[in-house]
Design a protein around this ligand. Structure first.
Ligand code: ZN
Ligand code: ZN
Length: 288
């Protein structure tokens, strides 16, 4: 059985608008901080197609045109005010004319230059150009960037699987929607002559559209070998609604890549720390 995705149709279905480098949107750059935070060179990356370039607190960043972060992105963290912090939060060196304050773009805390010297893309916040990141945030940012560069692309591109339903299975396309909010399962039809699969354009083609934020588990299932000795291992996606969806494919590598990609997506979704620590909470903590 061939499992060729009709990419012409997929491209049309998931077409993105051209990016538009409109400036502005998040307010003025000078926000009362006198830290030595560097200006970020302009330009950005055309790879962020479909997003707009805006000025965030920490430099230029790409955002969705509606300025609503995708489930994988975060709002910019609140920046710790210069006046609340007289020493580097990592090495405790006192700030002075010679020891300047620098904000980590990922956590918003204040550090001396050497404790905040790593310059990395922070893709989760939309920064495509390198910005300052503290030592504690560096490994987290590198892992997040890896998700955006590799694993997010796998689920955005989509792939053909068999969706198990009781004792039978139907060919489907599993793909993250262009808004990055939903995992969409679309039924495919198989051409009886060429065995090629394409999207069934009948109204019942979309089997399910599941919010990615409702994903709670990605589980691999080991199957007993069939009479021919083939073992069709599957993976199961479980959602907070209680719904479970079991998928298989003949290509072991495809299954492994998808299992890893979906688990990495889950890891990013489960670590939404800034939502829980808004700037007001940080200010209260400083007052203690
Ligand atoms: Zn320091
Ligand atoms: Zn940090």
């Amino acid at each position: 059985m061939t499992a060729t995705t009709n990419y012409a149709q997929l491209d049309a279905r998931d077409s993105l608008t051209h990016f538009d480098d409109t400036h502005g949107g998040l307010g003025a750059r000078n926000n009362g901080h006198d830290s030595d935070d560097d200006d970020v060179p302009g330009g950005g990356s055309a790879a962020a197609t479909g997003k707009v370039l805006v000025y965030g607190r920490g430099g230029q960043r790409w955002m969705n045109p509606d300025e609503r972060p995708t489930p994988f992105q975060l709002e910019e963290p609140g920046w710790r005010a210069d006046t609340t912090c007289n020493a580097c939060m990592a090495c405790n060196e006192g700030f002075s004319f010679f020891v300047r304050r620098h904000h980590c773009r990922r956590c918003g805390d204040l550090f001396c230059s050497s404790c905040c010297e790593n310059e990395l893309q922070v893709m989760r916040l939309g920064y495509q150009d390198p910005v300052r990141v503290c030592k504690a945030c560096k490994p987290k940012v590198e892992r997040e960037n890896e998700f955006f560069r590799l694993y997010l692309k796998v689920i955005q591109k989509g792939d053909v699987f068999d969706l198990h339903r009781g004792n039978s299975a139907i060919p489907v396309l599993l793909q993250l929607s262009s808004t990055e909010r939903d995992l969409v399962i679309t039924q495919l039809k198989t051409d009886p002559d060429t065995r090629k699969r394409s999207i069934d354009t009948s109204s019942s083609a979309i089997v399910e559209s599941l919010p990615i934020e409702a994903l709670v588990e990605v589980r691999q299932v080991r199957r007993q070998p069939n009479a021919a000795g083939d073992r069709a291992d599957t993976f199961v996606l479980k959602f907070s609604s209680g719904g479970e969806f079991e998928f298989s494919c003949e290509d072991k590598k495809q299954r492994a890549v998808w299992t890893t990609s979906l688990r990495r997506a889950l890891e990013v979704l489960l670590a939404r720390e800034f939502a829980a620590t808004p700037i007001k909470a940080m200010a209260a903590e400083d007052a203690l």
